[in-house]
Design a protein around this ligand. Structure first.
Ligand code: FMN
Length: 193
């Protein structure tokens, strides 16, 4: 596939095979993230690659536990409402049982922290598609990035005290791999010639 087709056919995967990702492929995905541009070439994005099943399960349970403590309020973002309601019913797996979860963290006091993480995540999602892997942006750890219980657990895994998680990506073999592009309904373009 040429580059534009790899970009066009990337879709969010929310169903994964119970199959691990080969180290070689994982390295290529991470390389794609690490070679993303960064504001002022700061290169401060910290990639935390979770593949340990016990750690993954603990994180899944903690995220569910913390969302279950929250209340839905009027005007709340739809996805957040879903996270809270599914968590309260004890039925919430925020990372869709993917075998790999890559967190992108960055310095709290750095103005481009979210932008740099987003560049890295997009690069990695495109690389994943090029390697016949499925991926999905996972935002729940960003929403919870001031939550003391989640933060404490992430610190125990290697998140620095000066960092927060600004995004994450689920990665694995999709079941099935959907490569049908979504129709563009927005993303207006104005040419000024
Ligand atoms: C900033 C951002 C946050 C997102 N957060 C989530 C998320 O938490 N969980 C999820 O399943 N998908 C998430 N997505 C994926 C979008 O829902 C998805 O990209 C969109 O519906 C278009 O579908 P496509 O990726 O298959 O083209 C997120 C995407 C972006 C760019």
């Amino acid at each position: 596939m040429n580059t534009l087709n790899i970009i066009r056919t990337r879709r969010s995967t929310r169903n994964y095979l119970n199959k691990s990702v080969e180290d070689e492929k994982l390295q290529q995905v991470l390389d794609a993230g690490r070679y993303a541009p960064s504001g002022g070439n700061s290169q401060t994005t910290h990639f935390m690659v979770i593949t340990n099943p016990e750690v993954m399960e603990t994180l899944i349970q903690l995220v569910q536990q913390e969302f279950a403590k929250m209340e839905v309020v009027p005007g709340m973002y739809r996805s957040m409402v879903h996270s809270i309601e599914a968590s309260k019913s004890g039925n919430y797996v925020f990372q869709y049982h993917a075998p790999v979860l890559i967190l992108t963290a960055n310095q709290i006091d750095y103005g481009n922290n979210i932008a740099d993480c987003a560049c890295a995540l997009e690069n990695m999602m495109i690389m994943a598609n090029a390697l016949d892997l499925g991926s999905c942006w996972i935002n729940q750890l960003k929403w919870l990035n001031e939550n003391p219980i989640i933060t404490e657990y992430l610190h125990s895994l290697g998140l620095d005290q000066t960092e927060r998680v600004y995004g994450a990506m689920a990665l694995g073999y999709a079941d099935p791999l959907n490569r049908t592009p979504l129709k563009r309904k927005g993303n207006k373009v104005t040419y000024v010639k």
